[in-house]
Design a protein around this ligand. Structure first.
Ligand code: KG4
Ligand code: ZN
Length: 333
C-alpha cells in the first residue's frame, strides 16, 4: 500500500510517501518560518498563499525522491483538521483533486493522530495501547491511545498550549519566531533555580494543566527587570522556565500511565523536541520502570511523513467516499 500524504495545517508545507505505513519513501518539507518571523507569528493568509505556491512542486519532489510515478500511488492522504482553516483548505483541495484525477481513495487524517504516528515510524515494533503526551504549538494533551484510530484525551491544558507558552516567552526575550528551539538553546548551561516560577494545579482535575499563569509570570518578570534597569540572567531564566513547563508535564504523564496501567509512554509534537522535557521524561520513566518512546527531533515538528504513516491505519475508504471532504479548524481526536 503506497500512500502520498499532504500536510498544510500551519506554516510547514509537507508531502511524503509511505509504503505499508511505517516505511517512508519520501519526506519533503518546505518551512515558511522565515516568512512569518517578520511578523512574530504565523500570518494565516501568508501561510495559505505559500502552500498554494509550493505544493505541486513538493508533490513532484516527493515522487522523485520515492522513485515513483503518480500511477504507483494507491491512495492520497491529507490533514483535514485541526489547524488554520485557510491553510488546511489548500491541502484538502489539492489532495481531493489528486485523488479524483487518479481514481484512488482519499484518506482524511487528524493532525494529532499524525503526530502520535511519528512514533510508529521511529519504532517499528511499537503498537497501541500506550499513553501519549502530545505537546505542540496548539495542543497539550495526555492521550489514551487504545488503538491506531481509537483514542481519548484524559488530560489537557485549560488555556495555552505548552508550545504557545514557549513561543510567547521567546518573543518577549527577543528570540524571534518560532522561539521554542531558541529558548531551549538559551537554557543550555543555565541554572534552573535562578528564578522561582509558578507551578499550577487544577482542583479536582489532576491530569489537566494550565500554562497561562506561568507565561504571565515570566513576561511580568522580564518587563519588571527592564523597567528597573536590572540585567536578567537570560540563560537562567530560560532554564527556570523549561523546568517549570517540564514540571507541569512529566509528573502528570507518569500519573496518567499509572492510572491506565500502561507500560509504554510516547511523546509527540514540536515541544517533544525540548531537551529538558526529554531528559526529565527519561529519568521519570526509568524511575517508574516504564518504557519511553521519544520521536527523533526531525519527526517531532509538523511533517507529512507522520500523516502518510497514520493514513495506513485509517479505514480505507471507497474511491469516491471523501470527495466532499471539508477542513475543520478544531476537531476532537
Ligand atoms: O507540532 P508543531 O510543529 O506544530 C503544531 O502542531 O503546533 O509544534 C510547534 C511548536 C512551536 O511552539 C515551537 O516553538 C515548539 O513546537 N518547539 C519547541 C522546540 N522545538 C519546537 N519547544 C520547546 N523546545 C524545543 N526544542
Ligand atoms: Zn503539529
Amino acid at each position: 500500500m503506497t500512500i502520498l500524504a499532504i500536510e498544510t495545517s500551519c506554516d510547514e508545507t509537507g508531502v511524503a510517501v509511505s509504503r505499508n505505513g511505517r516505511e517512508i519513501l519520501a519526506n519533503q518539507i518546505f518551512s515558511q518560518a522565515d516568512l512569518h518571523a517578520l511578523y512574530g507569528g504565523v500570518v494565516p493568509e501568508i501561510a495559505s498563499r505559500n502552500h498554494i505556491t509550493v505544493l505541486a512542486k513538493l508533490v513532484e519532489g516527493a515522487l522523485l525522491e520515492a522513485g515513483l510515478q503518480k500511477s504507483d500511488l494507491d491512495a492520497i492522504a491529507v490533514t483535514y483538521a485541526p489547524g488554520l482553516i485557510g491553510a488546511l483548505l489548500v491541502g484538502v483541495n489539492f489532495a481531493k483533486s489528486m485523488a479524483y484525477a487518479l481514481g484512488v481513495p482519499l484518506i482524511p487524517v487528524h493532525h494529532i493522530h499524525g503526530h502520535i504516528a511519528a512514533n510508529y515510524i521511529a519504532y517499528p515494533n511499537l503498537a497501541p495501547p500506550f499513553l501519549c503526551l502530545v505537546v505542540s504549538g496548539g495542543h497539550s494533551q495526555l492521550v489514551d491511545v487504545r488503538d491506531y484510530t481509537d483514542m481519548e484525551v484524559i488530560g489537557s491544558t485549560r488555556d495555552d498550549a505548552a508550545g504557545e507558552c514557549f513561543d510567547k516567552v521567546a518573543r518577549v526575550l527577543g528570540l524571534g519566531y518560532p522561539g521554542g528551539k531558541a529558548l531551549d538553546d538559551l537554557s543550555q548551561g543555565g541554572d534552573d533555580q535562578s528564578y522561582p516560577l509558578p507551578r499550577s494545579t487544577i482542583d479536582g482535575a489532576p491530569l489537566d494543566m494550565s500554562f497561562s499563569g506561568l507565561k504571565t509570570a515570566v513576561i511580568n518578570l522580564i518587563h519588571n527587570a527592564e523597567q528597573k534597569g536590572e540585567t536578567l540572567d537570560r540563560s537562567g531564566l530560560a532554564a527556570s522556565f523549561a523546568a517549570a513547563v517540564s514540571d507541569a508535564l512529566v509528573p502528570r504523564t507518569m500519573q496518567a500511565a499509572q492510572k491506565l496501567a500502561y507500560q509504554n509512554i510516547c511523546v509527540a509534537g514540536g515541544v517533544a523536541a525540548n531537551s529538558r522535557i526529554r531528559k526529565d521524561l527519561e529519568a521519570a520513566a526509568q524511575q517508574d520502570s516504564r518504557k519511553l518512546y521519544l520521536p527523533p527531533l526531525a519527526l517531532c515538528g509538523d511533517n507529512a511523513a507522520m500523516i502518510a504513516c497514520q493514513a495506513y491505519y485509517e479505514k480505507l475508504p471507497d474511491s469516491l467516499e471523501h470527495l466532499g471532504l471539508n477542513a475543520y479548524a478544531t476537531k476532537p481526536l
